[in-house]
Design a binder for this molecule. Structure first.
Ligand SMILES: Nc1ncnc2c1ncn2[C@@H]1O[C@H](COP(=O)(O)OP(=O)(O)O)[C@@H](O)[C@H]1O
Ligand SMILES: [Mg+2]
Length: 256
């Protein structure tokens, strides 16, 4: 099972966009994907068109062990793409489990207890919040890979050091299995000089950890969440649709 956390404590680097559209791309490449949304902002939940009712079970109940995976998981409008939805309730969980023992492993335990249901998926994608909070640590402890979306600009590269330290800490102390699957450069705008300069820096520092297929800036991609659609169903001939298929193919080569 490939469990991949999408993580970067900086907001707006494309964690959610890449998690959702890469998942949809992998479905087009014949893979079955489960997204687990662990961001209280619930952006990936909304991006695949899920509208929760007030009593629906969500990720909070799953993490706390109050509900089983089969009770919280919902089908998206894309066949072979399911999601464990999030909601603003999840924000309270940090306080709810703050003084519990081994509270970094709640999500991992919930996932381990769901092995049978997970057998019907090839990939589990965990969309993390934009912080290095206990929720993100839960995401990293539950995963065997992490994908890091970055913007090709100076401040984004600055923030990477903190994230890499956190991943190192998790690997050393909590989850020795975790590996960086790769860094995905996002919102690439080749009209700007800083883009090529930043990519060059990333290449020098991360070598083959840098995905060759980044995602270019694409206005259609920014619009698609408001229609609850992945890029393939909103603008199938857009640059982003091409980019996400290529990224999906590269990801499949990396994990196998
Ligand atoms: N390649 C891209 N081109 C254009 N807009 C993008 C691109 N990637 C992300 N966005 C937009 O940028 C914003 C932040 O992206 P998001 O995926 O929500 O980041 P994060 O989950 O890391 O906070 C969203 O409005 C999203 O639609
Ligand atoms: Mg997000």
């Amino acid at each position: 099972m490939n469990i991949i956390a999408f993580s970067n404590q900086k907001g707006g680097t494309g964690k959610t966009t890449i998690c959702v559209n890469l998942a949809a791309g992998l479905v087009r490449l014949k893979e079955r994907v489960l997204i687990i949304d662990i961001d209280p902002q619930a952006n990936s939940t909304v991006s695949v068109g899920i509208n929760l009712k007030p009593d629906d079970l969500t990720i909070r109940e799953f993490i706390l062990g109050f509900a089983r995976l089969e009770d919280v998981m919902v089908d998206s409008y894309i066949s072979d793409l399911s999601i464990v939805p999030s909601s603003p309730d999840l924000a309270h969980i940090e306080v709810e489990i703050s003084n519990k023992n081994r509270n970094q492993f709640y999500l991992r335990k919930a996932i381990e207890n769901s092995k049978d249901v997970l057998k019907s998926f090839d990939f589990v994608f965990i969309d993390c919040p934009p912080s290095l909070s206990l929720l993100t640590i839960n995401g990293l402890c539950a995963s065997n890979y992490v994908i890091i979306p970055v913007l090709a600009d100076y401040l984004s590269l600055q923030g990477l050091a903190n994230l890499l330290e956190t991943i190192e800490y998790v690997k050393k102390n909590l989850n020795p299995e975790i590996e960086i699957l790769g860094i995905v450069p996002n919102m690439l705008d080749y009209r700007l000089k800083i883009t090529e300069e930043s990519l060059q820096l990333l290449r020098e520092n991360f070598k083959d950890k840098l995905f060759k297929n980044g995602i270019k800036i694409c206005s259609r991609l920014r619009e698609s969440p408001s229609f609850g659609k992945a890029i393939f169903d909103y603008a199938k001939n857009s640059q982003a649709a091409i980019d996400f298929l290529n990224l999906g193919k590269e990801l499949k080569r990396r994990v196998r």
